[in-house]
Design a protein around this ligand. Structure first.
Ligand code: AMP
Ligand code: TRP
Length: 337
C-alpha cells in the first residue's frame, strides 16, 4: 500500500531555526514522517538567491540538517537530503520557468518584500525565480501534501498552477500538491512586535527565540516579550496581540487548549504566565539543542546520512525527470536508461 507523499524544504540561512520555523513547520514534519512517505530537504540552492558567504552556507547546511534530526526526524523513516545533491531540482526548475509568465512571477509577494529590502535593482534573477525552484522541489516527488507556514501559501498556489499547466499542455504528469498549514501555528509573531511575523530577516534578535538558544537566553527573551495594556491573560487578537501570540505559543508547546490556560492565569497577571511559558520552551528546546550538538560533533556520519538521503531522493527525482523529458519532446540519450 502506498503511503501519501509529503515534501517540504527549509533554508539554511541562519545558525539556528527559530520558534516560528519550529512550530509552523518542523514539528509537523516530524509528525508526518510516521504515516507518510516523507521527503525533507535543506534548500541550499534557495539560500544562494541572496548574497552569501560559502563557508557560512556549508556550516549552516549541516546545522540545519542536524537540527532537523535533533528535532525528531529519523533518517531511516523519512528521506532527508540537501537540495544541491539532487541536480534534477535545478533541471526541472528550468523547464517550469519556461511555463511561468513574467507577470505571474512578478506577483509573488515574498519576492516583492525581499527585493524591496535591498533595492529591487540589486535583487538577483535567482530571487525572482525562487518560487519556480520551490515548485520543482515539490513536483519532482509527486507530493500530495506540503507542510509549511502561512507565508508559503502563494508559492503553493503557483506550484499547483504550474503542475496543471504542464499536465494540460503535455499530458498528465504531475500530482497537484495541497498545502498542509495548521491555523493555530501558521504565523507565529515577533516577540517585540506582534504586528509582524517572527522572521530571521525582519525581526530584531530580541524578537526571536532560537531553537539553539541556551535556557538563559530563552528565559530573558520571553520575559521581555511585549505584552499589552491590562493584566489579564486572555486571547484577543485585536486588543491584545502580544498576549494572544504568547498564548498560542504556550498552547502549541504544551498541548493545552488556550481556554484552559486563560482559566489558570486569568487574573494572576503576566509574570507567572511568562515564567511558565519560558520553562515550556526550555523543556522543548534543550533536548533538541543537545542532540543537535552531538550530531554536529560527528560531521562525517552526518554527511553519510545526507548521502543516503540524496541517493533515495535521486531515484525518485530521476524517474520524474525522465517522464518530463519525454513529455516535453527532448530526444532520449541512448547511453542512458
Ligand atoms: P524559512 O526559514 O523561510 O525557510 O521557513 C521555513 C518554514 O518555516 C516555512 O514553512 C515557513 O512557512 C515557516 N515559518 C517561517 N516563519 C514562520 C512564522 N513566524 N510562523 C510560522 N511559520 C513560519
Ligand atoms: N520557500 C520556503 C520557505 O522559505 C522553503 C522551501 C523551498 C520549500 N522549497 C520548498 C517549502 C518546497 C516547501 C516545499 O520557507
Amino acid at each position: 500500500m502506498n503511503r501519501p507523499r509529503v515534501l517540504s524544504g527549509i533554508q539554511p540561512t541562519a545558525d539556528s531555526f527559530h520558534l516560528g520555523n519550529y512550530l509552523g513547520a518542523v514539528r509537523q514534519w516530524v509528525a508526518l514522517q510516521e504515516e507518510h512517505d516523507a521527503f525533507y530537504c535543506v534548500v541550499d540552492l534557495h539560500a544562494i538567491t541572496v548574497p552569501h558567504d560559502p563557508d557560512t552556507l556549508r556550516r549552516r547546511s549541516r546545522i540545519a540538517a542536524a537540527q532537523l534530526i535533533g528535532a525528531g526526524l529519523e533518517p531511516e523513516r523519512c528521506t532527508l537530503f540537501l537540495q544541491s545533491h539532487v541536480p534534477e531540482h535545478a533541471e526541472l526548475a528550468w523547464v517550469l520557468s519556461c511555463l511561468t509568465g513574467f507577470g505571474e512571477a512578478s506577483r509573488m509577494t515574498q519576492f516583492k518584500d525581499k527585493s524591496a529590502k535591498g533595492g529591487s535593482e540589486q535583487a538577483s534573477v535567482g530571487l525572482f525565480t525562487y518560487p519556480i525552484l520551490q515548485a520543482a522541489d515539490i513536483l519532482l516527488y509527486e507530493a500530495d501534501q506540503v507542510p509549511v507556514g502561512e507565508d508559503q501559501r502563494q508559492h503553493l498556489e503557483l506550484t499547483r498552477d504550474l503542475a496543471q499547466r504542464f499536465n494540460h499542455r503535455f499530458g498528465g504528469t504531475f500530482v497537484l500538491p495541497a498545502p498542509y498549514i495548521l491555523p493555530s501555528v501558521a504565523r507565529i509573531a515577533d516577540l517585540q512586535d506582534p504586528a509582524i511575523k517572527m522572521s530571521k530577516s525582519a525581526s530584531s534578535p530580541q524578537g526571536i527565540v532560537d531553537v539553539l538558544d541556551d535556557p538563559a537566553q530563552i528565559r530573558r527573551k520571553i520575559a521581555r516579550a511585549v505584552t499589552d495594556a491590562g493584566r489579564d491573560v486572555r486571547a484577543d487578537e485585536e486588543n491584545k496581540p502580544g498576549i494572544t501570540n504568547l498564548l498560542r505559543i504556550y498552547s502549541a508547546l504544551t498541548g493545552e487548549p488556550i481556554a484552559a490556560i486563560e482559566a489558570r492565569y486569568g487574573s494572576t497577571g503576566y509574570g507567572q504566565f511568562k515564567k511558565d511559558l519560558a520553562e515550556a520552551a526550555v523543556a522543548t528546546f534543550t533536548p533538541i539543542r543537545e542532540r543537535t550538538e552531538a550530531i554536529l560533533a560527528d560531521t562525517e556520519s552526518l554527511d553519510k546520512t545526507l548521502a543516503d538521503g540524496a541517493a533515495r531522493a535521486g531515484r525518485v527525482a530521476r524517474e520524474t525527470m525522465a517522464t518530463v523529458r519525454e513529455k516535453i519532446g527532448f530526444v532520449p540519450r541512448l547511453d542512458r536508461p
